[in-house]
Structures are given as structure tokens and as C-alpha cells.
Design a binder for this molecule. Sequence first.
Ligand SMILES: Nc1nc2c(ncn2[C@@H]2O[C@H](COP(=O)(O)OP(=O)(O)OP(=O)(O)O)[C@@H](O)[C@H]2O)c(=O)[nH]1
Length: 704
Amino acid sequence: MSTTVEKKDVSPRVFAAKKNDPLLKRNIGIMAHIDAGKTTVTERILFLTGLVHKMGEVHDGGATMDYLEEEQKRGITIQSAATTCSWNNHVINIIDTPGHVDFTVEVERSLRVLDGAVAVFDGKQGVEAQSETVWRQADRYGVPRICFINKMDKIGANFEFSVGTIRDRLGANPIPIQLPIGAEKDFVGFVDLIRMKYIEFIDPSNDAGKTYLEGPVPEEHMDAALEARGKMIEAAAEGSDELMNKFFEGEELTEEEIIKGLRLSCIAMKCVPVLAGSALKDKGVRFVLDAAIDFLPAPIEAGDIKGTLPYKEEQITRKPVTDEHVSLMAFKTIAEPTGDMTFIRVYSGVLEKGAKLLNPRTGKTERIGRLVRVHANKREAVESVPAGDIAAVIGLKNTVTGDTLCDEDNPIVLMKMTFPESVISMSLEPESAGDRDKLSEIIGRMMREDPTFKAFTNEATGDLIISGMGELHLEIMVGRIIKDHKCNVRTGRPKVAFKQRIKKQVDLEARHVRQSGGSGQYAVINVVIEYDESVNGFEFVDGVKGGSVPREYIPSVEAGLRESFLTGGNTGIPFVSTKARLYDGKSHDVDSSEMAFRAAANLAFRQSIEDNTVLLEPIMKVEVSVPEEFVGSVVGDLNSRRGEIAEIENQGDMRLVKAIVPIAEMFAYSSALRGSTQGRGQFSMELAMYRDVPAGIAAKLMAN
Ligand SMILES: Nc1nc2c(ncn2[C@@H]2O[C@H](COP(=O)(O)OP(=O)(O)OP(=O)(O)O)[C@@H](O)[C@H]2O)c(=O)[nH]1
């Protein structure tokens, strides 16, 4: 290309740093369909920001973010790892998130604590089935995004097509801020549409693409660049009334104004700035970092933090600043032999080492022993963590994912995370007595790490049952029990994880009163227990007036009810969407105890479900992508599996069949699909809902 160029390695806008300026912080996630290149992008980021000094290729199992053995073997990212790095005087906390729907909980929990995300797409495929799922999750959490069209070096890569799929399939408003020059092996650079400069990649390079060449826009690309710039400026003008007026008066927006406008539009989720590159070939990732700073919000810009008073429905808020009562949320636990490492986001105030904080769920306090910042797989001990930051606490005893920790005198429960119900279960049997002893501790750990992995003993049969989000999920969990924890177990066949719901609302009194011999146990509670579709899982409301149940026993009532809800009373089938409201009760000065109230709660639950339940089965949202000629047979097959076809969409030269189908009919579907489509069909599925099992087939399904 004929143009004068200058070699550079700095970003055009480097901010003057003020120490601890909350605007100089970003909490971002990298989200993508499996194989779109998240891990490779993240690796480049760690290299560019100086966190790692050797580039690990994903396929050699050397990637820093994918440090679990199971991940390296499968080459997919199962568990997100949080890491802190810095770029242009900003601190950026990055959470790598998986793209497979079986690990949706990882995506869910990272979206909950992030302020912005980089969505990575494959430059040939554009938006793929599961990127849609993750995108909708981000919509639900109100997370602003920028997009990175990766793999521009790949044969068949097409920037315009990919941008089109963001518009058409995701219904978003993608605004390219770059005009890529060339594609596949001729992908040489791009026009920076904001500054109207030509950027050429230096290839080959060994600095992860930190250095680049810059020069004037080549004549032959000027028209296309101006056209794309026009659209971008329009989107920037929509960022504020002031910019819009200026735009309508025909005035040019300055570079600063374009960035400001796009930033406002992006944060308001009116548009998504789009960039192009190839992480594998070290092209373009540094500009993604610049864009994350330019367009994604700082924690302080995310607005007031909403929450409720413990066990009450009353809403309260906190300001996202350091001069405020401390509140934080645990979003991930990694169980380690030396104590759990709990990743947290501080929402308000300052978290100090040594602090004693309340966990409103348990009603108990936790001491913050060790506090660390995590940089990929290295840790740095710190004394305090301010509002808006992400770090990890080591050694918490009773705090699990989704819990809030807060100032004891000023309690708050931050918005809960919602975790999908499990759909598949299987029985697990330890091979030896030694394995049996280890197993319950291992399972306890795994449940703390992954809230969608559940285990309980079926009291009717004595079997240990585990359940999770899909066949792959359980297969991986069992693999960890055997390999990572060296505990031998035999597994049963995967089965449907049936659930049940309460049929009719019950209002009852449960009495746990034992006063024969020893110290008595006295607890009486009055509760209303009902099925409520709007409740995700179990919800407990404290409606006690005048202290008839002393405050210290209320968490035990909740714990007892929740425990019965999860194990299904004595039935071995867990419940869904259950709401319990404690409104009255009695206690005894000497003879009441936490144990007694917990037992009364168990009893209340068991009484409430006597002849009062409906069996439910998981219904999956299934998407099958096939060439036209196989649509007929796929649809016929889904119908024969009690499926209901929702729609059939065109997706390039493929057809996308969308249906809902009970999971009971979907076991081993991947091999059936492979067989009926000569290996050309692909599918994804995730839980859509739980539905009453049709009368007449309940017995047959349960027997399978
Ligand atoms: N041609 C090309 N291949 C790439 C590029 N980026 C990543 N890849 C390859 O794509 C595959 C998937 O990349 P990953 O980085 O593991 O993708 P991921 O999205 O993290 O995938 P999971 O961890 O499995 O969810 C690997 O074989 C990478 O080498 C790119 O820019 N160009």
C-alpha cells in the first residue's frame, strides 16, 4: 500500500492518572461462543498488559487463563478466572467466561458483577447459536458491550457479514469504528474511523501486536471509510442532545466528541462499537483494550447499587463510592486445601483486611482474613479493596456464590443471582469405604464452587444423587471427582432431574416440642408456603411482627425450609419456585434453640407437601442448525420426541429449527442427529422451563 507510515506503540489517548480515581477502573468480561477465541484474546491481553511474558498457545494447554487440567484437555474454558491488569493508567479486571451453555452459571455470575463486556465473534461464522444465549443474558443484566470480530485471517472471514448477523440475529445496533482492510491472509490493517488514520499491523511481530504503523488513509479506501464514518458519527450524535443539536446544525463533531457520544450511546445500550482483528495473528487486540477504556463504563458510572433489607421486600440502595457502608458480593469460589478462595466484588465502601462482616443469609459474621488481587495464576496480598473493585478473600467459612457480605450495623442484601435449575441427575456410588469417607467432603467443595451442581441423598433409596446442567456438565464433574480428587466412584445412567411444585397454598403451624429428659427443644412456627412462578428457586420472607420468633432464630427457620425445599422433604425430588412466609411463632426462654427452629421448619415443609404436589419435568429450548434437505427429517424426529416446533429460520445457507422438547426425550440426541444428517447437523439446548408432566406418562417416565 502506498502511504507514509510511522511506527507507534502507544494508544492515542493516554489519560493522566490521578491515584485511585474511580473513573480509571473497568470490570469487563469477555464473552463468546465456544471456539470464537476468548482464551486467545485474553492471552494476548495478559501479554500486552505485561502480566505474562510467554505466550501460551491454547492448543498446547499452555494458556494462562485455562489452568484447570480438565479445561486444558478439552480445550474449552470451563471455569472463569478473574485477573487484574493495567492499560493506559487504567486498572482493568477481566473475567474470562465460558461459551458452552452447560456452564451458563459461569457466564451468569460474571455478568452479574461486571460493568461491561467484550463480545468476541468468529469472523467467518458471525453470531452463532450460543452467542445469542449469552447476549440475551447480558441484555438482562444491562451490561454494555463492544464487539470484536476475531479470526479475520481465516479463510471465508467476512467483516460485513459478521456485523450483519449482530444486527439481524441479536437485534443490536452494531457500529463499526474501524474499516478493516483486506481479509484472510491479506488482512493487513484498518482505517481508524474516529481519527481517520490508516493503521497497519506489523507482521510478523513478537510483541502480541503492541507496535503498529500509522499513516494517512489510502485514497482507494477513502470513500468506504467516509461512508462508515458517517454512520458512526450519527450513532455518536445520538449519545446526547447537545451532540445531536450540533450534528443537525451540520457542524463537525471533534474526535473527543465522537468518543464521548459513542461512550454515552454504548453505556445506554443504544449501540455496540465494533472492531476487527485476529488474536491468533497478533492483530488488533491492543485496540480492543483502548476501546474498552473509551466506551465501557467505570464502576462509578453504573449508578446506585440496589438491594433489600435482609428477608424483607423493602428496597434500599448504596452509592458505588468508598465513603459509604461496605457491601460486597461473592461471585465465585475456588475450593483449595488451604481454604476457599472467594472472588468478590466490592460495591460500596472499602473492604479492609481484618474486617468482620455480616452475611445476611446465614445471620453470622465472617472475618476477612487474607485479601488478594489475582493476576492470572499469581496472587498479590493487599490490605484493602475499594468500591468498584474485584479481588478475592481467602478462608471464608460459610459464604457461597451469590451471598452478600456487609456492614453488620447497616445490612443489605444485594440483588440475588439467578441460577438455572438442574436438568439431569445420576446416582454416584463410592467404590471403597475410603472413597466414601472422602466423597462427601469433595462434593461439598464442588457444590460451593458451582451452584448449579447439586447433590443429595435420596432418603427413600439411600442413593447419593448428583444433578447438573447437562450430560457434559456431569461428565466433567465426575471426571474431577475421580482425577483431581483421586476418589473412585461408579455412576448410574444419566436421568431426568424431575422437580415438583406445591399444588395449593398452605397456611400451617408446625410444632417441634420435646420436653422429655435432658434440655428440651421448643419451637413453634406459623408459615404460609406456596408455589409462586415468579420465584427463582426458594424465597423466604420474614413477616414476623413483635418478636414472637426471636431474631436470632429466623435464619434457622430459613435454613430448615430451604434444606427441605432442596431435598424435596422426604420424597427425593427437589421443589421449584417456592415461597415461604414466616409470620408468627412461639419460643421458650430456656428450651428454644437454633436446632429446634430448624427442625420445626423441616416439619412445616413436610406437612405442607402431604398430598399437595405436582410432578414437573425440564423442557429444553432446542436449536438445530441443518442444511435445507434435512429440515423435514429433523422436524419429524423432534415431533416424535414430544417436541413443539416454534419456528424455522434462515441462517445463511443453513436452516435453524427452534423447538421446545422435554429433556426426557433428548438423551443421546447428538448421535441421533449426526446419524440422520450425515454429520452436518449441530444443536444446542438449554433449559426453557419446568412443566407439569402430562397425566398418564408420569409413571413411565419415572421408571426410566
Ligand atoms: N485463524 C484463527 N484462529 C484463531 C484465532 N483466535 C483463536 N483461534 C483459534 O480458535 C480456536 C479456539 O480459540 P480459543 O481461544 O480457545 O477459543 P475460546 O472461545 O476461548 O474457546 P473456549 O475456551 O473453548 O470456550 C483455537 O484453536 C485458536 O487457536 C484467530 O484470530 N484466527
